[in-house]
Design a protein around this ligand. Sequence first.
Ligand code: PEP
Ligand code: MN
Length: 339
Amino acid sequence: MIVKMKQQATKTDYDKLVQALNQRGYTIKDVSSETVKIFGVIGDTAALDVNDVKAFNGVEQVIRIQTPFKQASRTFKEDNTIITLHNGVTIGGDASVMIAGPCSVESADQLSIIAENLSRNGIRVLRGGAYKPRTSPYTFQGLGEEGLRLLRAVADRYRMAVISEIPSSEQLDVFEKYVDIIQIGARNMQNFQLLKALGQSTKPIMLKRGLSATIEEWLMSAEYLLSSGNPQVILCERGIRTFETYTRNTLDLSAVLAVKELSHLPVIVDPSHASGRWSMIEPLSKAALSVGADGLMVEVHNDPENALSDGAQSLKLPRFETMIHQLKDVAKTMGRPLK
Ligand code: PEP
Ligand code: MN
């Protein structure tokens, strides 16, 4: 961290700040000249808040050099994190992964039709919401535990792994019982109590990017999971809120590249929630694989027109099947076959 003092800062201002930093275990490397008073703060500055330093009298500017996230950073761990699921699927390794399924689990029939079709197309990770974070309390809220039970039963039939969104830490036991990857929804990305609780879980966690979260905030949330003891963290870019309203959100593909530079954690792209439109899923999926995403998560439905949630962004099964063939070609070109 670099600190520049104001021209009019006094020796007392300087000494007071240096003393406070020394007390917190940092050493000071002064590189002042006759005209500028400037020094470096040496040590583990992840725990040091830029604004706390700015609070001192006489401080003009504070620049962070080290990232505030430690365990999530490439500096901490150079090699990519690879997560292996119980059915042998790996996320973050040599292959790209396709996660697919309905927005919400609606019934045993709906889930069976979809899973059978997905399995026939080689899909090995089934998604489905059982506790739905809906904007309106009057819309379908999900089947709850029964939804998770259905997911498990249907997935086991096809040797698929299951991912589903957890609403709060109260449901952790039931999620541990039924799912293979616990999803943290965009709206919960900064629910720090939930992050700490899931840091204790033995299951991999997929952390969706918050609606308006910066890349740094997203990685800081990942840091909560890692520092609480769970090394199996997957990031998911699902679009962010911008001034644009034509699409549901704006897919931030540069974030995938940024996160790949900054972190060792795998990144999945969810083009369904990013665009809100089924017609955009295939081209966005191709783009996501082209920028090096580790995989995709896509919503599909056997009857999107009558889906209980997110029908407009759900692909019909035949359309999904055609897309998979196209994506396999893109993934192969990228050197990471789609599995
Ligand atoms: C979902 O994946 O079902 C979902 C609700 O996504 P998000 O949290 O990204 O809105
Ligand atoms: Mn959805």
